[in-house]
Design a protein around this ligand. Structure first.
Ligand code: NDP
Length: 399
């Protein structure tokens, strides 16, 4: 069972803006890119939407399996709920997550594996998966650098006041003062990341040439050589990081320990006029506290591409709050990233069907407990509470 986002409203693309993708050999830490035995799609094509089918149909049907692909994922009348009874594997992407709650897992007696075609398995009730012995896997690193690029774009667009200035042009205006009254240089600012994992460390590296002062908060400290190379200040609490930073970027997974880590109380630690960038998960932040901090001026700007739930209802306050630079969840699903996570999903499926071990770096839950990358970066429990709200988007769209 594969849950994917809808095709473009103009239909599945027949041609693309570019002809090829750069060829990457390895990720920055030496990890190899996915190594499936085969590929039945052209690199750089749209794979994450329903017609793209993650390029899996030929492979799965050649092995005698049935592939059901749908975008209908929320509410009791969804295709996902209707098919769960027969599903052995559920695949979805964080951009359009199949929320695999305990209730849904209970409705799927044959379910053996839940795969994230991407990174982040918080849309699955990990506790319920552990209790049922279901494997949870994701394609670690496939889009970490894609997200880091998006973070950089959002930091610059907020600090330089890009979006309102772009809108001046679109609207036929030329009021320079309107554009620059909230525009600053990034140079010299203190910039901090919550978590220095694959994305967080890449963000720090990309920021280095801007001559900013770099900070990070992480449970595990980076090697001394990296701290020296990037001239990093390590913090052991959000309070200590937020007090000194002009820009804070969130790059940790969502799990019970990090849920709502940014709330009305912790926002008080931030410098007045700080920028907060969140491409990690919407639920790391208290939704209303963010909107209020922008209205009061405690935050000068908030940008990111992650929401809770997804899709966000039309009346979600982050669509209309002041000084935001939100996009729908796109940072990790560039065409470049899609090729990598489609390959990675195929690799995971090949391992599963051939009874070969799935790479440790792709495992979140296995054999009833957190495993692989999951044991390092997640905590046990459930962060899917409230996800049924996603059905409101569909209800609104139909009205
Ligand atoms: P990594 O596993 O490489 O890094 C996660 C880091 O978060 C680890 O260094 C981990 O630290 C740290 N961490 C976990 N809990 C805490 C905590 N309580 N406080 C501080 N740090 C913590 O993952 P990635 O960097 O590749 O991805 C990070 C997250 O970004 C994903 O889980 C996902 O939610 C999100 N993401 C978003 C995408 C998008 O499209 N917008 C795409 C890809 C990812 P430790 O060393 O202690 O384990």
């Amino acid at each position: 069972m594969c849950v994917l986002y809808d095709d473009p409203v103009t239909g599945y693309p027949t041609h693309y803006a570019r002809d090829d993708l750069p060829r990457l050999e390895r990720y920055p830490d030496g990890q190899t890119l996915p190594t499936p035995k085969g590929r039945d799609f052209q690199a750089g094509t749209l794979l994450g939407s329903v017609t793209g089918e993650l390029g899996l149909r030929t492979y799965l049907e050649s092995q005698g399996h049935t592939l059901v692909v749908t975008s209908s994922k929320d509410g009791a009348d969804s295709a996902l709920d209707r098919e769960l009874h027969d599903a052995e594997i559920v695949i979805s992407q964080p951009f359009w997550p199949a929320y695999m709650t305990a209730e849904r897992i209970a409705k799927a007696p044959k379910l053996k594996m839940i795969v994230t075609a991407g990174i982040g398995s918080d849309h699955t009730d990990l506790q319920a998966a552990m209790d049922r012995g279901i494997t949870v896997a994701e394609v670690t690193y496939c889009n970490s650098n894609s997200v880091a690029e998006h973070v950089l774009m959002m930091i610059l667009s907020q600090v330089r006041n890009y979006i309102p200035s772009y809108n001046q042009v679109i609207q036929g205006g030329w009021n320079i003062a309107d554009c620059v009254a909230r525009s600053y240089d990034l140079e010299g600012m203190n910039v901090g990341t919550v978590a220095a994992g694959r994305i967080g460390l890449r963000v720090l590296r990309l920021l280095k040439p801007f001559d900013v002062k770099l900070h990070y908060l992480d449970r595990h400290r980076l090697p001394e050589a990296v701290e020296k190379e990037l001239n990093l200040t390590h913090h052991t609490s959000l309070e200590s990081l937020a007090k000194v930073c002009d820009v804070v970027t969130l790059n940790c997974p969502l799990h019970p320990e990090t849920e709502h880590m940014i709330n009305a109380d912790t926002l008080k630690y931030f410098k007045r006029g700080a920028y907060l960038i969140n491409t990690a998960r919407g639920k790391l932040c208290d939704r209303d506290a963010i909107a209020q901090a922008l209205e009061s001026g405690q935050l000068a700007g908030y940008a990111g591409d992650v929401w809770f739930p997804q899709p966000a209802p039309a009346d979600h306050p982050w669509r209309s709050m002041p000084h935001h630079g939100m996009t729908p969840h796109i940072s990790g699903t560039s065409l470049s990233a899609q090729t990598r996570y489609a390959d990675g999903t195929r690799e995971i499926l090949e391992c599963y069907f051939e009874n070969r071990p799935i790479r440790d770096e792709y495992l979140i839950v296995q054999g009833g407990s957190l495993a692989g990358v999951g044991a390092h970066s997640y905590s046990a429990g459930n962060a899917t509470g409230g996800s049924e709200e996603a059905a409101r988007f569909k209800a609104k769209a139909k009205a």
